[in-house]
Design a protein around this ligand. Structure first.
Ligand code: FA5
Length: 331
């Protein structure tokens, strides 16, 4: 008879040398297959004395079971190792996406526009919008600038020829959004409207032919010039910092009466013009079917590009549209 314990030990050692399921199956065949010593021994049971046969048969079965367990366990081990290997080879490295060098950011003007909206929303305003292509009614007439008015010439307007009976133009300021808002919405009104505006101005260090303005409009009961001054002061301090002061200077706009330009203080003590403002003209309210005896309000409008060049002390406003990555990356 064979030494079953030794056989079992040998089977265990041989199973470890197999590193794939195929190799293992060959080794298993040697120990459990038709030509294996175990099967031969089983066939030889008939030639041993009958009294020993039952015990020998039982021992052979036990040996077979323990060898089978050895191969089942080894197979699991091999399969687990193969699974890990596959996982490792299929792994995708996503850390590249976090590389900061390849990421862009919002343009300086967009950042400023977002911050301006935040400041005014914090003061209780909502954000309004209007189209960039306007009719003469919204861009001029409803704003108390009729056809013959000399002020029309001040807004070097870019006209659009759509072959329509009406005069159509790229809006030369964001003030048409005042009219569109008052037509749609009953007072009280507290809105700001940032957006692109266009004029035939040649580009120079302080002008762009396509630039951005932000309009403000408040219509309520008992609104005075003091509310306008206070609102501008609060905005200037929130946007530029506590040390910056603002002042109003008398001026003229057909859609406000009285009108003013507002300036902000610079560190050297001089003043810089930011935009125009004033009390909404009664004719403008009437044009929008709002009773000027009942409602009053103020409006303001200033250039976002100018504001950004002041805040970052740019020598030339054209830097904002040159798309030079070396400039843009700094902000
Ligand atoms: C207006 O456009 C008036 N609608 C502002 C207003 C609104 C007054 C509500 C009263 C009530 P003005 O033409 O001054 O006003 O332009 C306002 C601001 O736009 C200027 O102070 C300046 O900051 C900016 N701006 C005007 N033209 C240009 C330009 N070509 N390039 C860059 N910024 C400009």
């Amino acid at each position: 008879m064979i030494d079953l314990q030794k056989l079992s030990q040998e089977a265990k050692e041989a199973s470890i040398t197999a590193s794939t399921v195929e190799e293992l199956s060959k080794v298993q065949n040697q120990y459990l297959g038709k030509k294996s010593e175990l099967v031969k021994a089983k066939k030889g049971l008939g030639s041993i004395p009958e009294s020993d046969r039952a015990t020998a048969g039982k021992e052979l079965n036990e040996a077979r079971e323990s060898i089978e367990i050895i191969f089942t366990e080894r197979k699991l081990e091999i399969e687990e190792a193969e699974w890990d290997l596959n996982l490792a080879s299929e792994k995708i490295d996503l850390t590249e996406l976090l590389n900061p060098i390849t990421r862009g950011h919002l343009h300086l003007i967009t950042q400023a526009r977002d911050q301006l909206e935040d400041v005014f929303v914090g003061m209780g305003f909502t954000v309004a919008e209007g189209p960039e292509v306007e009719t003469a009614w919204y861009n001029f007439e409803a704003l108390n600038i009729p056809d013959w008015h000399p002020a029309r010439g001040n807004f070097d307007t870019i006209f659009v020829d759509l072959g329509e009976p009406e005069e159509v133009m790229l809006r030369s300021h964001t003030s048409p959004v005042q009219i569109r808002t008052m037509e749609r919405q009953a007072p009280p009104i507290y809105i700001v409207a940032p957006g692109r505006t266009f004029r035939t101005d040649s580009a120079d260090s302080t002008h762009l032919p396509a630039f951005n303005q932000i309009e403000g409009l408040v219509i309520d009961k008992g609104i005075t010039m003091g509310d306008l001054a206070g609102t501008i002061d609060a905005f200037v301090q929130a946007f530029f910092g506590k040390e910056v002061k603002s002042r109003l200077r008398p001026s003229y706009f057909p859609f406000t009466e009285p009108s003013a330009e507002f300036d902000i203080s610079r560190p050297d003590g001089s003043w810089l013009e930011l935009g125009g403002c004033g009390m909404v003209h009664p004719n403008v309210l009437s044009n929008c079917n709002i009773d000027p005896e009942e409602w009053q309000g103020f409006a303001f409008g200033f250039g976002i590009d100018r504001l950004v060049s002041m805040r970052y002390q740019l020598d030339d406003i054209r830097e904002l549209v040159l798309n030079d990555a070396r400039f843009l990356r700094q902000f």
